[in-house]
Design a protein around this ligand. Structure first.
Ligand code: 4NP
Length: 157
C-alpha cells in the first residue's frame, strides 16, 4: 500500500507565509478527502517556538482557516528525506533549500506557485508591509493549494 504523501511548506521565518500555506492546505486537503501529512518550516531560525504572526492569523481566520497548534521551526536535515514535496514560497527560499539539501533530494524541492494558475512565481514576503500583503499571500496560497490538490488527486489515483 502506498504510504501517506507528505508536503512541507517553507518560507524564511515560518511565521507568515508557510504557516498560512499549512493552515489553508490542511483545510482544503481535508475537504478533498486526501490523506496527506502536512507541515511547515523556515530556512532561518529567528522565531523558533513562536505561533504564526498575528497579522497572518487574523487574515487567515477571517477566511476560515485555523492556526491552532502551529509553532515555528527551522528546516531540519531529516526533512529532505522525510517529505515527498518541499515547497518554497520564493526563489530565495528555493535556493536556500537547494543549498541545504543533499543533491539526491533536489527533485522534491519546488516553488509552491508552480502548482498555481497565476502569473506570479513567488508568494511575496508580507512581513514589513501592510494588510494588503497578507491578503495577497492568502489569494496566491489558495490558488496553489487547489492546483496541488488536483495534482495529488491525479498522482494518487
Ligand atoms: P515569512 O516572513 O518568511 O513569510 O515567515 C518573515 C518573517 C520574519 C522575518 C522575515 C520574513 N524576519 O525578518 O524576522
Amino acid at each position: 500500500m502506498k504510504q501517506t504523501t507528505s508536503v512541507l511548506f517553507v518560507c524564511l521565518g515560518n511565521i507568515c507565509r508557510s504557516p498560512s500555506a499549512e493552515a489553508v492546505f490542511r483545510k482544503k486537503a481535508a475537504e478533498s478527502g486526501l490523506n496527506i501529512y502536512i507541515d511547515s518550516a523556515g530556512t532561518h531560525g529567528y522565531h523558533i517556538g513562536k505561533p504564526a504572526d498575528k497579522r497572518s492569523q487574523a487574515a487567515g481566520v477571517e477566511r476560515g482557516y485555523s492556526f491552532k497548534g502551529l509553532k515555528c521551526r527551522r528546516v531540519d536535515e531529516s526533512d529532505f528525506e522525510r517529505f515527498d514535496y518541499i515547497l518554497a514560497m520564493d526563489n530565495s527560499n528555493l535556493s536556500n533549500l537547494h543549498g541545504m539539501s543533499p543533491s539526491q533530494y533536489h527533485h522534491k524541492i519546488k516553488l509552491f506557485l508552480d502548482f498555481a494558475d497565476v502569473e506570479e512565481q513567488e508568494v511575496p514576503d508580507p512581513y514589513y508591509g501592510g494588510k494588503r500583503g497578507f491578503e495577497l499571500v492568502l489569494d496566491l496560497i489558495e490558488e496553489a493549494s487547489d492546483g496541488l490538490i488536483a495534482h495529488l488527486k491525479q498522482t494518487q489515483s
